[in-house]
Ligand binder design. Structure first.
Ligand code: PLP
Length: 359
C-alpha cells in the first residue's frame, strides 16, 4: 500500500475532543484509502492518503446512472485497549456480491481487509473507548468512467472513510413505524439484496411519508403480494413470541429481496446461545397485528451495524395502529443487544470466532 500521511492531522487533544462529542458522521478521521480499478489493468495498488475532497469530471458515470455500492462496519475498542473488527470477512463477501449485481468489479477479500486494517491502524486514536461507541467504517465504490453513454463502467474507484460513532441508543424510546403499502423497497430480480445507494435514494420518499404519519421509520412489505413484512428502513426486523425461557425469536426469511444483514445473521446465533428458539419465517402484516393483539408477540426490534438493536413500539398502517410493549425496550431485546455488544467489545467470550484483532 502506498502511504501519504496527512501533514494536517489533528493533534491528540483536538481529536479526543471531537470523539468525545459523540454523534454520528459529523467528523471524519485524518486519512482515507483510495484504490482505482480499470477493466484493462484490474486493481491498482491502494493508497492511504489525507482525507479530503475528490475531483471528478461532471460526466462521470456515477453522477448520472447511480452505479454505486457501499458497506458499513465498525471497529471496537477492547478492554486491553486493543482494537478489533466484527466479522469483516462477511462485509468483504457482501461487498463483492453487491459489486456483481451493480456490474462493478469484485474486490478480492484480502485487498478489502487490507484497506480496512490499514486505515484503522493509522487512525486508531479515533476509536472511542466506551461500550456502545465505535469507529464506523464506510467502504464504497463508484463508477468513474467519463461519458454519458449507458454501459457498465470500465473504471471504478474504491474509497474507504471512517467516522467516530457515539452511543446514540436511548433505552426509553421505542421507534414508531409506518407500514408502507404505497412504496416498495425491492422486488424479485431487483437490487434488494445489494447494498447500493440507489436503494436508499428510492426509499427516501417513503421515509418522508412515514414522517408525515408521525412515525420515525418506514416498514417495507413485499412488492408482489403486498403483505409479507421485510425490513424497517435500512435495518432488519425481529419479533419475539412468548416470554422468558420459552420465547421464540423470529425474523423474516431472506427471500431475495431483503438485505442479508450481518447483525441479523449474528443475532440468529446469539439468540440460540442465550437459550431461545429461533426461526426464519414469512410474517404477514396480519400476523403482526393479530400477534400483538393476542399478546403472542411480546417484543419487536430492528437491527443493523449502525444502531445495533432498536426497539420497535407502535406500528401504524392503512389497516390501523397497534402497539407492542409499553414503550420500553423488551427484556429479551436488551439481553440480545447487550450480549452482542459484549462480544463486539471483547467483554464476553467470542465462541463463534467473529472478532478480528487489528492492533
Ligand atoms: C445495511 C443494511 C442492513 C443491515 O445490515 P448489517 O450488516 O446488519 O449492518 C439491513 N437492511 C438494509 C436495507 C441495509 O442496507
Amino acid at each position: 500500500m502506498k502511504v501519504t500521511l496527512n501533514p494536517n492531522a489533528k493533534d491528540a487533544a483536538t481529536r479526543d475532543a471531537l470523539v468525545a462529542e459523540g454523534g454520528f458522521g459529523k467528523y471524519y478521521t485524518d486519512h482515507m484509502v483510495v484504490c482505482e480499478w480499470t477493466e484493462k489493468d484490474g486493481w491498482a495498488e491502494p493508497e492511504l492518503k489525507p482525507y479530503g475532497p475528490l475531483s471528478l469530471d461532471p460526466a462521470t458515470a456515477v453522477f448520472h446512472y447511480g452505479q454505486e455500492i457501499f458497506e458499513g462496519m465498525k471497529a471496537y475498542r477492547q478492554p486491553d485497549g486493543s482494537i478489533s473488527l466484527f466479522r469483516p470477512d462477511a462485509n468483504a463477501k457482501r461487498f463483492a456480491n453487491s459489486a456483481k449485481r451493480l456490474a462493478l468489479p469484485e474486490m478480492p477479500e484480502a485487498l478489502f481487509l487490507e484497506t480496512v486494517e490499514t486505515l484503522v491502524k493509522q487512525d486508531a486514536g479515533w476509536v472511542p473507548n466506551k461500550i456502545g461507541e465505535s469507529l464506523y467504517i464506510r467502504p464504497f465504490m463508484i463508477a468513474t468512467e467519463v461519458g454519458l453513454g449507458v454501459r457498465p463502467t470500465n473504471k471504478a474507484t474504491y474509497i474507504l472513510i471512517a467516522t467516530p460513532a457515539g452511543a446514540y441508543f436511548d433505552p426509553s424510546k421505542a421507534v414508531s413505524v409506518w407500514i408502507s403499502t404505497e412504496y416498495v423497497r425491492a422486488a424479485q430480480g431487483g437490487t434488494g439484496e445489494a447494498k447500493c445507494g440507489g436503494n436508499y435514494a428510492a426509499s427516501l420518499v417513503a421515509q418522508k411519508a412515514a414522517a408525515k404519519e408521525g412515525c420515525d421509520q418506514v416498514v417495507w412489505i413485499d412488492a408482489k403480494e403486498r403483505k409479507w413484512v421485510e425490513e424497517m428502513g435500512g435495518m432488519n426486523l425481529y419479533f419475539v413470541k412468548g416470554k422468558g425461557a420459552d420465547a421464540t425469536v423470529i425474523t423474516p426469511k431472506l427471500t431475495g429481496t431483503l438485505l442479508p444483514g450481518i447483525t441479523r445473521d449474528s443475532i440468529l446465533s446469539v439468540a440460540k446461545d442465550l437459550g431461545y428458539k429461533t426461526e426464519e419465517v414469512m410474517l404477514s402484516i396480519d400476523d403482526w397485528r393479530d400477534g400483538v393483539s393476542s399478546g403472542e408477540i411480546t417484543e419487536i426490534f430492528a437491527c443493523g451495524t449502525a444502531a445495533v438493536v432498536s426497539p420497535v413500539g407502535t406500528a401504524k398502517s392503512n389497516m390501523g395502529t397497534w402497539v407492542t410493549g409499553d414503550g420500553q425496550p423488551g427484556v429479551i431485546t436488551m439481553q440480545i443487544r447487550n450480549h452482542l455488544l459484549a462480544i463486539q467489545h471483547g467483554t464476553t467470550s467470542d465462541t463463534h470466532g467473529w472478532v478480528r484483532k487489528v492492533c
